[in-house]
Design a protein around this ligand. Structure first.
Ligand code: NDP
Ligand code: MG
Ligand code: MG
Length: 340
């Protein structure tokens, strides 16, 4: 059974008299720094001298130093720069890690695929909010929490888990619930999910559906609404109450059509493709490809990104989304009211 940790399971005193260096002030970095500081933890933000985020961190009332100086001061070094630059940034800070310090992450890629080899005498932990940073921050300000994951890769002090839970509490994660996992499980499920289902699978499904309708002579605008725009409504229903909630909300015709036809679209070949994709994640094939791609200056990435940006559905969608701008404005107004 999976254990879920809440505020009562976390003891904030494990962060007493400790300094946390947050390296990076982007999506996760700004949220962790500000939430930690407001929870009474001593925080120093580590940023390179040329960093465009330095001023933002200072304006938010935080102390800023170079990554190496921040790590020198700190007992816990939270590495929150992009995954692809973490190995280079680690080279700058590793000399600042003292025995018993903690190296802390929000994603397991570099540790799991050996792109960062931590010293043997430090704790290595992961506290990973399951949400973009701006929500981690906004939820905290609204006395709400953000669900998160906790994983311990190396525990030399015997206190890695307690300290990790205290960190999770300070950024607001134990208000919502923290699940314990491993670096391997977090990394592999994260990569598989974004490739097969969330980012890769969903966009491919949308494009195939759109192209099928347009190639059959239907109007691109109709195809856009059916295959892309309405997906949000369906996903919202699943998010709110699971698959049954969605099926209960659509018409009986939609329900029968979907239940009887879905498996013909996502058939056994898709399952085979998914299993092959998972194997590439598990045996490091994908990780090696992505690391090489970055070392080569991202040639394939650039090409794929360009092809996606110039897909017909993108041209068709832009003016149509403007028609729906009123819906976004209403949603923003509702969110602003809820924030007050
Ligand atoms: P961001 O892309 O938002 O990080 C940007 C920050 O990193 C900036 O402060 C930037 O400063 C700094 N930075 C960028 N390049 C360099 C460099 N070469 N050297 C030094 N600093 C650099 O990262 P995220 O917050 O998205 O991701 C951080 C970690 O959190 C990752 O491990 C990610 O997987 C994980 N994570 C992210 C989530 C998300 O939703 N974004 C969700 C959960 C986990 P500068 O001005 O100097 O460029
Ligand atoms: Mg130190
Ligand atoms: Mg992800």
């Amino acid at each position: 059974d999976t254990t879920v940790y809440y505020d009562d399971d976390a003891d904030s005193s494990y962060l007493d008299d400790k300094t946390v260096a947050v390296i990076g002030y982007g999506s996760q970095g700004h949220a962790h720094s500000q939430n930690l500081a407001e929870s009474g933890v001593d925080v120093v933000v580590g940023l390179r001298k040329s960093s465009s985020s330095r001023q933002a961190a200072k304006d938010d009332g935080l102390r800023v130093a170079t990554p190496a100086t921040a790590a020198d001061e700190a007992d816990i070094v939270s590495v929150l720069v992009p995954d692809t630059v973490q190995p280079a940034v680690f080279e700058e800070i590793k000399g600042s890690l003292e025995p018993g310090d903690t190296l802390q992450f929000a994603h397991g890629f570099n540790i799991h695929y050996n792109q960062i080899q931590p010293p043997e005498d430090v704790d290595v932990t992961m506290v990973a909010p399951k949400s973009p940073g701006h929500l981690v921050r906004r939820n905290y300000e609204n006395d709400q929490g953000t669900p998160g994951l906790l994983a311990i890769y190396q525990d030399v002090t015997g206190e890695a888990k307690e300290e990790g839970l205290a960190y999770a509490k300070a950024i607001g994660c134990t208000r919502a619930g923290v699940i314990e996992t491993t670096f391997r499980e977090e990394t592999e499920t994260d990569l598989f999910g974004e490739q097969a289902v969330l980012c890769g699978g969903a966009t491919a499904l949308v494009k195939e559906g759109y192209e099928t309708l347009v190639d059959a002579g239907y109007s691109p605008e109709m195809a856009y609404f059916e295959c892309l725009n309405e997906l949000k409504l369906i996903v919202d229903l699943m998010y709110e109450g699971g698959l049954s909630n969605m099926w209960d909300s659509v018409s009986d015709t939609a329900e029968y059509g979907g239940l009887s036809r879905g498996d013909d679209i996502i058939d056994e070949h898709v399952r085979e493709n998914m299993e092959a994709m998972l194997e590439d994640v598990q045996d490091g094939t994908f990780a090696r490809e992505w690391i090489n791609e970055n070392q080569a200056g991202r040639p394939s990435y650039t090409q794929l990104k360009h092809a996606e940006e110039t897909h017909h559905i993108e041209e068709v969608g832009e003016p149509l989304r403007d028609l729906f701008a009123w819906a976004d404005e209403e949603e923003e107004a509702a969110e602003a009211a809820a924030d007050d």
